[in-house]
Write a protein that binds this ligand. Sequence first.
Ligand code: C2E
Ligand code: MG
Ligand code: MG
Ligand code: MG
Length: 292
Amino acid sequence: QAKAQGKGTVCFFSPELTRRAKHRLMLDAELRAALEGNELLLYYQPQIDLVNGRIVGLESLVRWQHPERGIVPPGEFIPLAEESGLVVRLGDWVLREACRQIKQWSEAGLTPRQTAVNVSAVQLSRGRLIDSVKAALSETGIRPEQLELEITESCVLTDRDQSFKALADLRALGVRLSIDDFGTGYCSLSYLQQLEVHKLKVDISFVRGMTTNNGKASIVRAIIALGHSLGLEVIAEGVEDEDQVHYLRSLKCDVIQGYLIGRPMPADEMTRFLASFDPPPILTDARPMLRP
Ligand code: C2E
Ligand code: MG
Ligand code: MG
Ligand code: MG
């Protein structure tokens, strides 16, 4: 059995498993303390309109400022928080913090159209997400359209009826909805149509290598065409070089996000970024010139 699972897996009751289980327990306890002790923070990454080069949105990305280990990325603690259910409380914190920050930027006249928050399947299926969102909106007084929720395709599969209802309620409230990592999950096209989200995010794995790999290029082209034919906005994640920008623009992709434009950064850095941003030449020069 263990052998069939391949390299890197372990048998039951092995010392390795015990060690890992202990490590997880410790991490879980630490994460609970982190949530209480203000060790979490949000980074923000800009999203740029491919037509006019303006910042149209931000995505918030949680970080754990660990007293000894420094900044811990979400990939190292979100899956665990999802398993233990702690992600519900963590998600509430993220929502509040993002809305508070949106309010602050709004008052400074800096805020882009919307700021996205990542939402886990667990938050969606527990049925309280709508209450958390309402609370965060009313506490901060921001408009619902200023908030975007990113869900993954797996969200919809966990508990379909509950998730569909939660999303319909959120949509009715006026918040924006997008499907994250699109193309990597199992969202059927009929779900996609029923979900009535506003936006698709093309997953990094397709964008990376898109300009050298025909298969990936085809997938990106198909996702953009699908999104547009359903009336959705399409954003490409993980844009790192100019060839990708040219290709995405030729496909009429609406928005890009990636290291080429800006890495995820703390709020104070983003404040300066928003205040001083000029579209890079790649986004302003490359438009077709009208010849006299
Ligand atoms: P995601 O929502 O798909 O976020 C995109 C990830 O790609 C982020 O990693 C971002 O830093 C990274 N990225 C952005 N541009 C580039 C690029 O040009 N190149 C490359 N190589 N990477 C790029 P990060 O911040 O480590 O987040 C990883 C995942 O953790 C997120 O994937 C999301 O699923 C989850 N996550 C982050 N924050 C939260 C949160 O507040 N709540 C929940 N539930 N999940 C979160
Ligand atoms: Mg995301
Ligand atoms: Mg993604
Ligand atoms: Mg992801």
